[in-house]
Design a protein around this ligand. Structure first.
Ligand code: BES
Ligand code: MN
Ligand code: ZN
Length: 499
């Protein structure tokens, strides 16, 4: 499927379908109006019949429109004319794709006009949101050992603009959208794999493949069990020791061509390819969903792909902390006391609180790159889902500027986050009589105590933690969401303003 940005005469375009928008109270957008005038009032006559009122997502297909070369015109309702939100815009694009699938066209032209997101760079956001919505609504989970059946005839999608100046802006939006889409799709694809295929070794091999794809900008180092032992990453190692699948931590180093700042930004992703809970084993119900416990690592992988696709002029480190948490004769136990890479000791009270153990050593490891900013991404706690539900990721940070920047990117992408506190009052929840810390909180604020635990290991840089336990995948076999790849892609794009 190909996308093009155009500045053509809509009426003369030989295509299968032109999509134009209409608003509530029977208002035509300027593109709809243009086609109406070309066709001597043909469109308006249908609107007058009341077949489409202009409400959000309403659709009407017209055939054989006089003086129009396109085989069809698809009218889509966009609601009130004043201001449209990103989520409504998304819905509108999704509706059009659903209809396009039904009527099985090959070429379409979108000509949406008068849409107002009430933001700077309106055209940019409409095109970017549009292309991402289109591509993501066509996403299908890859079936194992079954050549993926093609489900759509769509070959070419054009976005048409009346003004030349909009074409340039739209082209940037297209470029960005394609890179972000590849990041999201790559993240979803590895997240959706079963845990017997996507184990820690598999994750590290996927990381290594990035070097072949982006040889100029990416290098990868894999830290295996022996190296971890030398480094003293005992918390990470303990989690893996019950599994026959060895741990692998992939360290992806990305460096753009014309670096514009000497900042280093690091992303650390929790990569539990399966979390059974270990000796503190989880209940059977929905345990299969713990294959998604590597969605943080998958997001990091996706973010690096997007950065490499756009060749962003930044230095980025991506860490995929691959590991499997299993019970067994070699497994670590409740009661064990471990010495982390940082030197701090941790008493294990629950082997199911494993994410923080893998992460604390990864967060210490990342210090060697002297990063200015470190963002970890983890399906860390069920408590975060209780606190914020399934649409909003938890944000925790030790830096106000970083908090603002993440909120800004979140608003721009509608990839929602909400900050929770790290007040000192939570410190006592991690008290251990035998070690520096215990790995589970006694308190009730489980998402916060998990983040508070991590905060002990992130003193040397500006740090943010995103708990994506509620947002990384959808239950009932609906698969991974690819969040927060768009949020963090935007965060990176904002670092290179005017890029
Ligand atoms: N991976 C889970 C968190 C999780 C649970 C994510 C359900 C999404 C859905 C994590 O490793 C875990 O088991 N956390 C425990 C921590 C507890 C033992 C302190 C939890 O949230 O119950
Ligand atoms: Mn767990
Ligand atoms: Zn886990």
């Amino acid at each position: 499927m190909k996308f093009l940005i155009k500045n053509d005469h809509l009426d003369k375009e030989e295509t299968d379908c032109i999509i134009v928008n209409v608003f509530e109270s029977y208002k035509l957008s300027s593109s709809a109006n243009y086609l109406d005038e070309c066709s001597k009032g043909y469109i308006r006559s249908f609107i007058k019949l009341g077949d489409i009122k202009g409400q959000v997502g309403e659709i009407l297909v017209l055939y054989d429109v006089p003086n129009i070369f396109s085989k069809r015109i698809l009218l889509v309702g966009c609601g009130k004319k004043e201001i449209i939100t990103r989520s409504v815009l998304k819905k509108i694009f999704k509706k059009t794709i659903k209809m396009i699938k039904k009527i099985s066209v090959k070429n379409v032209i979108y000509s949406f006009t008068d849409l107002n997101l009430n933001v700077k760079n309106n055209i940019y956001w409409i095109v970017r949101c549009g292309i991402l919505s289109i591509q993501q609504s066509l996403y299908k989970i890859v079936k194992i050992n079954n050549s993926n059946q093609k489900n759509i005839n769509l070959e070419l999608i054009k976005f048409n603009f009346f003004e030349k100046k909009d074409v340039l802006i739209a082209e940037t939006a297209l470029k960005h959208a394609l890179a972000i889409n590849l990041g999201i799709t790559s993240a979803k694809n590895i997240s959706n794999l079963p845990p017997n295929i996507c184990d820690p070794l598999y994750l590290s091999n996927e990381a290594k493949k990035l070097v072949l794809k982006y040889p100029k900008n990416i290098t990868v180092e894999i830290i295996g069990i022996e190296e971890m032992k030398k480094l003293g990453m005992n918390a990470y190692l303990s989690v893996s020791q019950g599994s026959k699948n060895k741990p692998f931590m992939s360290v992806i180093k990305y460096s753009g061509d014309n670096i514009i700042s000497n900042k280093t930004i690091a992303f650390v992703g929790k990569g539990l390819t399966f979390d059974s809970g270990g000796i503190s084993i989880k209940p059977a119900m929905n345990m299969h969903e713990m294959k998604y416990d590597m969605c943080g690592a998958a997001a990091v992988y996706g973010i690096l792909i997007m950065a490499a696709e756009l060749c962003l002029p930044l230095t980025i480190i991506g860490i995929l902390s691959g590991c499997e948490n299993m019970p067994g004769g070699h497994a670590f136990r409740p009661g064990d006391v471990l010495t982390t890479m940082s030197g701090k000791t941790v008493e294990i009270l629950n082997t199911d609180a494993e994410g923080r153990l893998v992460l604390c050593d990864s967060l210490t490891y990342v210090e060697r790159f002297s990063p200015n900013i470190v963002i970890d991404i983890a399906t860390l706690t069920g408590a975060c889902v209780t606190a914020l539900g399934e649409s909003v990721s938890g944000l925790f940070t030790n830096n106000e500027d970083l908090s603002n920047e993440l909120y800004c990117a979140s608003k721009e992408t509608n990839d929602k986050i909400w900050r929770l506190p790290l007040f000192q009052e939570y410190e006592k929840d991690l008290y251990s009589s035998i070690a520096d810390l215990s790995n589970t909180g006694k308190g009730k604020a489980g998402a916060i105590t998990a983040a508070y635990f991590l905060s002990y290991f992130t003193k040397k840089y500006s740090w943010a933690h995103l708990d994506i336990a509620g947002t990384a995948w959808k239950s009932n076999n609906k698969g991974a969401t690819g969040r927060p790849v768009e949020l963090l892609s935007q965060f990176l794009l904002n670092q290179v303003k005017n890029y």
